[in-house]
Design a protein around this ligand. Structure first.
Ligand code: PNS
Length: 161
């Protein structure tokens, strides 16, 4: 039986920090599902389909351990734990940059465990990506800055247009 992890988020857009977490998760799990979730509390810059296309392009350049794979899916509505149940995921994966991230993630991790006994695994962000966020990247790009060292090439292209 293959071990499956779900890595959920808005990914609006994906950063190199996100990509690093997915690649590291793929060293521990046979299948990592990057799940692009519609967050009703946020007005997205990119549609779910655009985000998936950019992530698929980025993931195609990742060197994976033999037998491991990264899939990209969407969750337009419904509970994350229901998706986890559907695909038989053993765990959720989240990247953590700072204690602020941990404060944000812990209640969600506890609720997901309460709801469906789904465990969360926190992967510490690589320090080289610790200051990168989707919102900062969008702001810099909107003001004409170069974000190519923060995001995959597909995202840099989309932000330029
Ligand atoms: O990248 P984000 O926006 O911080 O990710 C938040 C996300 C998508 C992981 C969170 O909003 C989520 O889990 N949404 C799915 C809906 C759900 O299951 N909510 C209840 C459990 S927290």
């Amino acid at each position: 039986m293959s071990a499956i992890a779900v890595y959920p988020g808005s990914f609006d857009p994906m950063t190199l920090g996100h990509l690093d977490i997915a690649a590291r998760a793929a060293k521990m799990f046979d299948e990592v599902h990057i799940l692009v979730v519609h967050n009703p509390g946020k007005e997205p810059r990119f549609s779910l389909e655009q985000r998936v296309a950019m992530i698929q392009d980025a993931v195609s350049g990742v060197k994976l351990p033999a037998g491991a794979q990264i899939l990209v899916s969407t969750l337009a509505s419904g509970l994350l734990v229901d998706y986890c149940r559907r695909v038989g995921a053993a765990a959720l994966v989240k990247g953590v940059r700072t204690n602020v991230d941990l404060d944000y993630e812990l209640p969600m991790a506890r609720v997901n465990r309460d709801l469906a006994d789904v465990e969360s695994i926190f992967i510490p962000a690589d320090p080289s990506f610790g200051h990168i966020s989707s919102s900062l990247v969008k702001q810099v790009a909107d003001l004409g800055g170069d974000v190519s060292k923060y995001v995959p090439a597909s995202v840099a292209r989309a932000l330029k247009n």
